[in-house]
Design a protein around this ligand. Structure first.
Ligand code: HEM
Length: 448
């Protein structure tokens, strides 16, 4: 209920206080207060509540995203190092290649467009995490998908037991739910293990390619730290980085079919750089010449947010803010439904208007947009995400058109399912664009 009705809470003002169980939540309903609390006061608003079910039992206290500050900060530093700097350049090679594969799949099998989004997203994150493309969708990969499903089904605010953290202090024999969630934690660890063990073995025997996991295992200081489990850290990266990209690509296809005028505006910009008769595909170097396309990407995440609720940021000290006193332990939640439609920040908030983001910050997905979180816990992969979205969308806009096969309710799409979320079909833009793609594919030895 909370997750789906959260936009109504915005009618009470910029912040809404709610008590669920023994938790005090303050929903942040406006971009202004989100900026004040998450970003400007990030030093004291980057804690996490205790999650006895999701954190302690299901995640065995090893999912970085849920950890309290002391345990989280070392893992975060490592993720930051391994996902930034020169590594980003290597990742761009993966992103370029996988994006060409995506275009090839679109050309061969346009009806499977949503599957191609899935394959792109998981291929890139697997190459980043493990240095290789994922194996077929085998039993082990299915296990990882199940682990993610269990996580999402119990993520805040879904599991009510996590709203009563004191229950974890009861004698264990009185916690009748404990066994069930402990078993889910064990299953998650086993599923991760089955996927991870061969990769770990290859790293140990020095036959594995360079990757996030390989560098993690080679980092002695990281390994000596008892709080860091390379298996969980790598698997969580895969979990966090793949579905988010897939869903954003799906929203892109939705906007492409519903907002053709804006789509054509982005295409005109890309044509001006890459040629209006299918001369070449865009590259990462073109990004600076394509501000509207970058703005288009940001608008997708605002127009149809993929998250309505992201994990709370908890106050680590008492806070006085604009006449209110918030005690240490208050949980601040980004109310995404309200933030994305905040009329004090966005005029005509229900309309799809990429141009609203043309403010010099269009390449920064975290500037003025909260879908990637904020403050010190902001998504650690947001630069990788932005590059993936740019390279795919600039090429898809250049080469394909999207048409609805029948009328559908665009506010009721099957967002989280792996099937086709809405009935559309991409079509190659012209013969010249088909030929351009053929020429590009000819130069690539293995596009399967
Ligand atoms: C459009 C795509 C994406 C969206 C919307 C998104 C959103 C988010 C959000 C909301 C959080 C939680 C922030 C918080 O706690 O306040 C997060 C965390 C995280 N994201 Fe992303 N993300 C995206 C793509 C990616 C990618 C591509 C990667 C990997 C390369 C990634 C890796 C992570 C990781 C590892 C965390 C946990 C960080 C931590 O423990 O501190 N994300 N993301």
């Amino acid at each position: 209920m909370l997750k789906h009705q959260s936009h109504h809470f915005a009618t009470y003002g910029e912040m809404t206080t709610i008590h669920v169980g023994s938790k005090l939540w303050v929903l942040l309903n406006s971009n202004r207060v989100a900026e004040e609390i998450y970003n400007k006061r990030g030093k004291i608003t980057n804690g996490r509540p205790s999650y006895p079910i999701l954190g302690d039992l299901i995640s065995q206290n090893r999912r970085s995203i849920l950890l309290p500050q002391e345990k989280w900060s070392q893992q975060r530093r490592l993720m930051h190092q391994l996902l930034g700097g020169t590594a980003l350049v290597t990742y761009q090679e993966y992103q370029n290649e996988e994006s060409l594969r995506l275009l090839a799949s679109y050309s061969k099998d346009p009806a499977g467009w949503y599957r191609h989004h899935l394959h792109y997203s998981s291929a890139v994150i697997h190459r980043i995490a493990f240095g290789e493309r994922p194996r077929e969708f085998d039993e082990n990969l299915q296990g990882v998908a199940k682990a993610q499903e269990i996580f999402l089904l119990n993520a805040p605010p879904y599991n009510l037991l996590d709203s009563f953290p004191e229950l974890a202090k009861l004698p264990k024999w009185l916690q009748f739910w404990r066994k069930r969630y402990q078993a889910l934690g064990k299953k998650t660890d086993d599923w991760y293990g089955r996927y991870w063990d061969p990769i770990h073995h290859a790293i140990k025997s020095e036959t594995a390619p360079d990757s996030f996991a390989q560098r993690l295992i080679s980092d002695k200081t990281a390994l000596e730290n008892k709080n860091i489990d390379p298996k969980w850290l790598s698997m969580v990266l895969v979990e966090a980085g793949s579905d988010t990209t897939r869903l954003t690509l799906n929203i892109f296809a939705l906007a492409a079919s519903l907002h053709r005028d804006k789509y054509l505006e982005a295409r005109a910009e890309i044509d001006a750089v890459c040629g209006n008769n299918a001369e070449r595909l865009s590259t990462f170097a073109d990004e600076v010449k394509m501000p509207y396309t970058l703005a288009f990407i940001k608008e997708l995440l605002r127009w149809r947010p993929i998250f309505t609720w992201t994990p709370e940021h908890t106050l680590t000290e008492d806070l006085k803010f604009e006449g209110y006193s918030f005690p240490k332990g208050t949980h601040f939640v980004l109310n995404h439904a309200a933030l994305c439609k905040d009329i004090s920040a966005f005029d005509d908030a229900n309309a799809f208007k990429p141009e609203r983001w043309l403010d010099g910050h269009q390449s920064d997905l975290t500037h003025g947009l909260w879908q990637l979180g904020g403050g010190r816990r902001v998504c650690v992969g947001y630069r990788v995400a932005q590059k993936s979205l740019f390279i795919n969308m600039s090429r898809l806009i250049y080469c394909f058109d999207y048409e609805a096969r029948e009328a559908f309710d665009s506010s009721d799409i099957k967002h989280f399912e792996l099937d086709e979320p809405f009935p559309i079909t991409p079509k190659i833009r012209s013969l010249a664009h088909a030929k351009l793609l053929e020429r590009v594919f000819e130069n690539l030895s293995d596009l399967n």
